[in-house]
Design a protein around this ligand. Structure first.
Ligand code: PEP
Ligand code: MN
Length: 361
């Protein structure tokens, strides 16, 4: 099947509810808790209540979910509120129980997406299903693993697929619990342009105060939905208490978020945009020419170092360049992290050029 015809099969329902909202606790704790949260979320833009039943904690000893009994509680919440239900499945047994309990949306967790063995097993038991299956990004920043998981479901003729962007682990300290790496999600969207993508700001942020701005960024980037961890008493939540918000806070956020249109028919808008885009195109050409010239100088440096048998990498020089460029860009509205990443990439390419010269006979 061609990629185009595959993409025509993507679930369109997210596209019509802009944005599509899934909310609910990190974990189902008691029947009262699940039902109360669902009650507070119904009669709003929220379409689906989520709750984790089997909780894959990073380290053992933490609360690891109530197990299958929680599926009954989700069912009760559905009957009492009319909300659809969503939970995470991590193996074929979870899938079997979730289907038996009429869970509407199954999601594949970040720790499952990393394992093609697990993904394949789950995809096979879901062969041909009409259920909605949402695939979280893997914990590590590996676009291919994410794409691979989606392809495994496509190969099993699972039609109603979507992606959830929940950020990526990093060893470095960061503002975020899981760094967003927006570019990876943007690259996924380029790979599957028609596939709905949902942001999970809760697992990216790890803390409440970042949730709103993450949601707004997602809407600015044309995401189709949000999955937000929501608890009636977040501080007392049995898991992920720092990042959960109350249903009231979520509803307030939803009323304040700006939903962007994909296009505008306004003639002036189109003209202005075209003009600016033409300027950007000129800049991009210039940028590319400068980079090509820069690499030609790197080639010459490579030749000189070869002649004098000097090592390619000169830490002092690298440090100086970085400091100078950060200082230059910082005051002009460029983020330090951006300059760092840009220069790391340029430096790497420059080293590769010099290596080629040095190893040339
Ligand atoms: C969750 O959504 O509760 C969860 C465990 O998420 P993740 O797989 O993104 O860590
Ligand atoms: Mn959680």
């Amino acid at each position: 099947m061609s990629k185009d015809s595959i993409q025509n099969r993507w679930l369109s329902k997210f596209k019509h509810q802009n944005p599509f909202i899934i909310a609910g606790p990190c974990s189902a704790e008691t029947e009262e808790q699940v039902v109360q949260i669902a009650q507070e979320l119904k009669d709003s833009e929220v379409s689906v209540i989520r709750a984790g039943i089997w909780k894959p904690r990073t380290r053992p000893g933490n609360f690891e979910g109530v197990g299958a009994i929680g599926l009954n509680w989700l069912k009760t919440a559905k009957v009492e509120t009319g909300l659809q239900t969503a939970t995470e499945v991590a193996n074929p047994y979870h899938v079997e129980l979730a289907l038996k309990n009429e869970i509407d949306i199954l999601w594949i967790g970040a720790r499952t997406t990393v394992s093609p063995f697990n993904v394949q097993e789950i995809a096979e038991v879901l062969r041909g299903t009409n259920k909605t299956v949402l695939i979280k990004n893997p914990v590590n920043p590996d676009l291919s693993l994410w794409i691979g998981a989606i392809e495994r479901f496509l190969n099993q003729d699972v039609k109603n697929l979507g992606a959830i962007h929940r950020g990526f682990s990093s060893y470095n300290n960061s503002t975020y619990r899981n760094v967003p790496e927006w570019q990876i999600a943007i690259d996924l969207q380029s790979e599957f342009p028609e596939m709905p993508i949902i942001l999970d700001p809760s697992h990216i942020a790890g803390r409440r105060d970042l949730i709103f701005e993450l949601c707004q960024t997602a809407l600015d980037l044309n995401y189709n939905g949000l999955m937000v961890e929501t608890h009636h008493n977040p501080d007392k939540a049995w898991s992920d208490s720092q990042q959960q918000i109350t249903p009231q806070t979520l509803l307030k956020f939803l009323s304040e978020l700006k939903v962007r249109k994909q296009h505008s028919d306004d003639v002036n808008f189109s003209k202005d945009l075209e003009k600016l885009r033409a300027q950007i195109d000129v800049m991009d050409d210039k940028l590319m020419e400068v980079l090509i010239d820069r690499m030609q100088i790197a080639d010459k440096i490579g030749g000189l170092k070869k002649e004098h048998n000097v090592a390619i990498f000169q830490p002092e020089r690298w440090k100086q360049i970085l400091e100078k460029m950060i200082e230059k860009g910082d005051g002009k509205g460029l983020q330090k992290e951006f300059i760092l990443n840009l220069y790391k990439a340029i430096h790497q390419e420059s080293i590769a050029h010099q290596q080629k010269i040095i190893h040339k006979n």
